[in-house]
Write a protein that binds this ligand. Structure first.
Ligand code: GSH
Length: 205
């Protein structure tokens, strides 16, 4: 099995963390979507990463589908609870993390544009609000528990950890750690996990 991704893609980080946590052997292949020679569209018509290429050549995308597939390959550790309500709650954490990443990508891309090409204050504020509200909801839902959902490590923790690590990398001007201390402490613990260390390169490469 191969995972196509890049070291900068938070969605690929998420898929890779899940593979590492489940201890499923895979080959990691760097496949930058912007490369004009990219063969990605052969694997995913959307030309996006991550893509999981199975041994029989069939492919799986996008990241929520990949993680659900990988979680189903081995019984433990269970990253998406089998119970319907708990499974939905964990997937909602994923939807929030992925949605925040989308806003972070848009904002950081816009900030690299020349001033005349930028989208303007209202648009910027709208994207920033998504991130700020997301942080507040995450902090509230984490509460004083050791994990984002239930009493064990799940995809909820992975989604939260990946989104906030990406926020730190892509938009360092967001000084969220002092306002969201519980969340900040949780992400410090997550960053120590071997899976996070393998999947998220230290320097932005
Ligand atoms: N919903 C997708 C989003 C994937 C995505 O946006 N990937 C980015 C890299 S982080 C990409 O491939 N961008 C290139 C493009 O959209 O053309 C997922 O969760 O996998």
């Amino acid at each position: 099995m191969k995972l196509l991704g890049t070291p900068r893609s938070p969605y690929a980080w998420k898929a890779r963390i899940v593979l590492e946590e489940k201890r499923i052997p895979y080959e990691y292949v760097i496949a930058p979507p912007a490369d004009p020679e990219s063969e990605l569209p052969r694997y995913n018509p959307l030309g996006q990463i991550p893509v999981l290429v199975r041994d029989d050549g069939t492919t799986i995308y996008d990241s929520p589908v990949i993680v659900e597939y990988i979680d189903g390959l081995a019984p433990a550790p269970k990253l998406i609870p089998a119970d319907f309500e708990h499974g939905i709650a964990v997937k909602r954490w994923q939807a929030l993390g992925d949605g925040m990443i989308e806003a972070i990508v848009l904002l950081s891309r816009d900030e690299r544009e020349p001033p005349a090409a930028r989208r303007g204050a209202d648009w910027t504020r709208n994207q920033e609000s998504k991130i700020e509200r997301g942080l507040a909801w995450m902090e509230r839902d984490l509460g004083d528990r050791a994990f984002c959902h239930g009493d064990s490590f799940t995809l909820a923790d992975i989604s939260c950890g990946v989104a906030l690590r990406y926020l730190e990398r892509a938009l360092p001007r967001f000084h969220w750690r002092s306002s969201f201390r519980t969340l900040a402490a949780h992400t410090m613990l997550l960053a120590e996990r071997a899976s996070f260390q393998v999947a998220i390169p230290k320097a932005d490469g």
